[in-house]
Design a protein around this ligand. Structure first.
Ligand SMILES: Cc1ncc(COP(=O)(O)O)c(C=O)c1O
Length: 401
């Protein structure tokens, strides 16, 4: 695929990189933007009153506007932080601590990444709240009819992943929001796996909180986005305290700056934000239709090759994956996932995949397996790479006989 040439990693790649759900490679435009930011755009923004700092402050705030547009949010609703994990923890620490009390219920699902599980477990342990888990249906997708039966006046929050980082299929967010609204519950979306693969519009989805990480969408590590709906953001207390978030310090009643700045204490991650804005621009220029067409073609090819291998079992609803997936997780009967990954990595042209519980231990338990192998695609992967993986998988299965 032509886009591959945009990524310097592939000039000297030491492996076939199929671990894109963990993190993506970076295009030259993003690398150059970060280098430029460290060359020309260094200043401590929102503080310096000289023109250079003001210029960099404008770059940063324009980037906020651009990324807000990308997800259909208002600038004021968009907070920069370190990533999905930090975003979810922040909501648990502020909105959660204030609004979720003993006996209240938080609905999560069995497919949640530990990021969207442990933060709520910890809150529930502190506050005496109750966690309910949406189970899998017979087809391997989330059972949203069970979800609907769980809802009650005690439900305060539904926190759910948009796309599972193991099964690769999307949750019907509109249905989740409809259910939550009926009982007056808030909705948080973990968009870590969705953001690089489908258009997200927070206003259309009508969610209350949404978090994603820059590194999964061709941007830098250490930068993420937390969206908080306008009707909630003003009343919400900050969760980090320090420079750049207070209007007037007072021992008894400090006055916070308006959102989003009251949530961004400390020196801002300028180069990371500018790099992320460049990554978003890169994705917008490609367009999600093209991204989806490419990734589903690779998923289809991989599924066709895997389903005929006798010992291989693909996880999740395969037909849904074919339509919309960017990853495939599977098990090989009689071989630990780590051994499969080590075998793939030991090839003359090594193949890099994820293996283990993929930070989704509940899901593995629910499926009755210890671990799985995950192959995840991005725009730069090729049919030749899938063919190479399938050849090696055939060899592995033949060696087992
Ligand atoms: C579904 C999901 N949620 C949350 C995360 C956590 O993202 P981060 O480690 O960037 O905070 C990941 C990362 O793999 C993920 O796949």
């Amino acid at each position: 695929m032509l886009l591959r040439k945009d990524f310097p990693f592939f000039n000297r790649a030491s492996c076939v990189y199929l671990d894109n759900a963990a993190t993506t490679q970076k295009p030259r435009v993003v690398i150059d933007r970060i280098a430029q930011a460290y060359t020309h755009d260094v200043a401590n923004i929102h503080r310096g009153i000289y023109r250079h700092a003001e210029r960099v402050t404008d770059l940063y705030e324009n980037a906020r506007g651009q990324i807000a547009d990308f997800i259909g949010a208002d600038k004021k609703e968009l907070i920069f932080n370190a990533g999905t994990t930090m975003g979810i923890n922040s909501i648990a620490a502020t909105w959660g601590s204030r609004n979720i009390k003993a006996g209240d219920e938080i609905i999560l699902s069995v497919v949640e990444h530990h990021s969207n599980l442990i933060a709520w477990q910890q809150l529930a342990q502190r506050n005496g709240a109750i966690i309910k888990l949406i189970p899998l249906a017979a087809d391997g997708a989330l059972d949203l009819s069970v979800f609907e039966s769980m809802l009650s006046g005690r439900t305060k929050l539904v926190a759910i992943t948009y796309i599972s980082n193991v099964l690769g299929v999307a949750t019907d967010i509109a249905r989740v929001v409809r259910g939550a609204r009926r009982v007056g519950a808030r909705v948080l979306i973990d968009a870590a796996q969705a953001v690089a693969h489908r258009a997200i519009h927070v206003r259309d989805l009508d969610v209350d909180f949404l978090a994603f990480s820059g590194h999964k969408i061709f941007g830098p590590t250490g930068i993420g986005v937390l969206y908080i709906k306008h009707e909630l953001i003003d009343a919400l207390d900050p969760f980090l305290f320090g420079g750049g978030m207070v209007q007037q310090f007072d021992w008894r009643a400090p006055q916070w700056l308006d959102a989003p700045r009251k949530f961004e204490a400390g020196t801002a991650p300028v180069a990371e934000v500018l790099g992320l804005a460049q990554a978003v621009d890169y994705v917008q220029q490609i367009g999600f239709e093209r991204i989806k067409a490419h990734e589903t073609a690779l998923v289809g090819m991989l599924l066709d090759g895997l389903v005929v291998l006798p010992r291989v079992g693909v996880l999740g609803p395969v037909q849904q994956l074919r339509r919309q997936g960017h990853m495939v997780s599977f098990v090989v009967d009689g071989v630990h996932a780590h051994d499969v990954a080590a075998y793939l990595d030991a090839q003359e042209l090594p193949i890099a995949v994820r293996a283990g519980q993929q930070c989704a231990s509940l899901l593995h338990r629910a499926m009755g397996i210890h671990a799985s192998v995950r192959v995840s695609f991005s725009i730069y992967n090729t049919a030749q790479e899938v063919a190479h993986l399938l050849d090696v998988m055939k060899k592995l299965c033949a060696d087992l006989r």
